[in-house]
Design a protein around this ligand. Structure first.
Ligand code: ATP
Ligand code: MG
Length: 553
């Protein structure tokens, strides 16, 4: 299917047709370093960087660092690491704080043009004069201060002569505007906080709206793309640039697209913080988190995240994308890149009664059927094996295609076996399954027996050669599609209590040389990533099952 270009590209195409110089196209990704990036940000990153690639335009990474209360250098580093991992290269690494000086000068210019004033009311008072969407606000009693007085007060704010909250600088726009954001917004506040870059140089900080458009102008960003919640801010974005006129250089334009909302997921940084603080997860990179760092540890690949964003598309209206699309994207990529191996996560012992004792052999299995050129791997076989407990039933109906007594199944990459009897524990559970095997039925051999049709194939490992592994089996973090849609109900009440199960398992010995970060398909079980190796013990995270198991629930 050939997809049309998205509506943002349409806008750019139109601009170019109207004579906009292609060489002047420039984009930016503007994260606030107050947390790590999440799957929603991946959409904004891909949108901007893909446009950059398509038009040969540069893309800046600009940290929107205007609020020292919540921002931190460690988030700056994390964000850079995540974008690098996605495989994108920014042109310049810039910071809104690089422009504090210029913004301060421009604020003086606004005052001189009588487009800004110092208000000496507290924030509650200011809020009480805001009005409502249907009712005009009322003017501050300080609205008509003289230019001189405003300049003096603003300079004193800058010099640290006032306490926090004593004075603010407000744009002088219109307290009756139907757009509430234009009702004399605050553009500077006093804040005695050390900034991660400017340290204690500033005790006044500019607010987002006053900063963003001007930063875009300074960097000469042609199309400033942001999410829909900023749509009402566009008037303000334009008002500020108008108020600085005449501007000599190109004026940036803000354009909005729909946020990515993902089912069974929350993406607000505030809520992600809460999950960490209240210990529902183990940090930002917990593999259940929708953060890039969490997805990476879960086994997602940059390719799969980009593919997902492409499939989800760039929309004009808010929508909810199903998590199964994300899982589909990763499954598709992992299918191509992951070597196949056999692991047993819920073992029961199986003895092949007619297989000679102390006589192992080496069998072969495909590394990856998608890449036959990779050849085969060696798999030892012997008399005593583990298989999955679920793969055996003493008695079963005709639809059970796995092992039962009296019926045949194939052991993957090995022989056909038949269930003979069971030995039980005192509590009635199965201790050992006794089977017989057909020595002529070896997989891949030319014998008639090996071509015999049996109903099922099950996986296994030898008890003697297999490695003991730890596996974190993850499931969705929330049990409902929209955990945060109802403001009245705490989103945390929808947490899936079964989102992590720690399991001990066994894996074939070919894994002894695996490295951290390697992806594998555990045959019949799903995709797994080697998360860590501690004292030679391999610890895996489950990325996703082989099939969408949720669609049936
Ligand atoms: P959140 O609201 O999740 O806490 P944010 O919007 O405050 O995140 P920023 O660091 O300000 O996070 O976002 C950087 C850029 O990423 C902005 O341009 C923003 O519009 C975009 N962005 C944030 N969340 C999403 C999302 N869910 N889908 C698409 N783009 C997003
Ligand atoms: Mg935001």
């Amino acid at each position: 299917m050939k997809k049309g270009i998205n509506f943002i590209e349409q806008i750019i195409k139109q601009d170019l047709l109207k004579g906009f110089n292609k060489k002047a196209l420039k984009f930016r990704f503007p994260p606030e370093p107050n947390g790590y990036l999440h799957i929603g940000h991946v959409k904004a990153i891909c949108l901007n960087f893909n446009l950059g690639e398509k038009y040969g335009a540069s893309v800046n990474l600009r940290f929107d660092d205007t609020n020292p209360v919540k921002e931190d250098k460690k988030f700056v580093d994390g964000i850079k690491e995540d974008i690098n991992w996605l495989g994108y290269k920014w042109k310049e690494e810039l910071y809104a704080s690089d422009y504090f000086e210029q913004l301060y000068k421009w604020a003086h210019l606004l005052i001189e043009k009588e487009l800004a004033y110092v208000d000496s009311q507290d924030s509650e008072k200011i809020a009480s004069q805001k009005g409502t969407p249907t009712k005009s606000g009322s003017n501050s009693p300080y609205r008509n201060r003289s230019v001189e007085e405003n300049k003096k007060l603003f300079t004193s704010m800058f010099k640290g002569k006032f306490k926090e909250g004593e004075h603010v600088l407000r744009a002088k726009i219109d307290m009756a505007s139907p757009n509430m954001l234009l009702r004399d917004p605050v553009i500077y506040r006093v804040l005695y906080r050390e900034h991660h870059r400017t340290k204690n140089k500033w005790c006044i900080y500019p607010l987002y709206d006053w900063t963003h458009g001007q930063s875009d102008y300074i960097e000469q960003i042609s199309h400033s793309l942001c999410t829909l919640e900023f749509k009402p801010h566009r008037d303000l974005y334009d008002w500020f640039l108008d108020s600085l006129a005449p501007l000599k250089k190109m004026r940036p334009k803000q354009r909005e697209f729909a946020r990515l909302n993902l089912s069974y997921t929350v993406t607000s940084k505030r809520k992600l913080f809460e999950l960490i603080e209240k210990k529902y997860v183990n940090g930002w990179d917990d593999p259940r988190m929708p953060t890039i760092s969490g997805l990476r540890r879960r086994g997602y690949t940059p390719e799969s995240l980009k593919k997902f964003v492409e499939l989800a598309g760039i929309a004009k209206r808010e929508n909810l994308i199903d998590l199964s699309l994300l899982e589909f994207s990763v499954r598709e990529h992992l299918n191509i890149i992951s070597p196949r191996v056999m692991a047993v996560l819920n073992p029961v012992k199986l003895i092949i009664i007619n297989y000679p004792e102390n006589s192992d052999e080496i069998l072969e299995g495909e590394i990856n059927p998608e890449k036959p050129e990779l050849g085969k791997r060696k798999i030892p076989f012997s008399r005593e094996l583990y298989i999955e407990r679920e793969d055996f039933k003493e008695e079963a109906n005709r639809k059970f295609y796995r092992l039962t007594l009296g019926k045949e199944v194939r052991l993957k990459n090995a022989y056909i076996i038949k269930g003979e009897s069971v030995i039980k524990n005192n509590d009635g559970t199965i201790k050992e399954i006794i089977c017989s095997y057909d020595p002529k039925s070896k997989s891949g051999s030319d014998s008639e027996e090996s071509k015999r049709k049996v109903k099922g194939t099950i996986h296994w490992v030898t008890i003697k050669h297999s490695l003991v592994i730890d596996v974190n089996v993850y499931d969705r973090l929330f049990s409902v599609p929209s955990p945060d849609s109802d403001k009245e109900i705490d989103f945390k009440s929808f947490i899936n209590s079964e989102s992590l199960k720690k399991v001990k398992g066994y894996i074939e010995p070919s894994l002894s040389t695996a490295s951290k970060g390697d992806h594998f398909q555990f045959q019949r079980l799903g995709y797994f990533i080697l998360d860590n190796i501690i004292n030679k013990k391999l610890i895996f995270n489950k990325t996703v099952g082989l099939r969408d198991s949720w669609s049936k629930k």
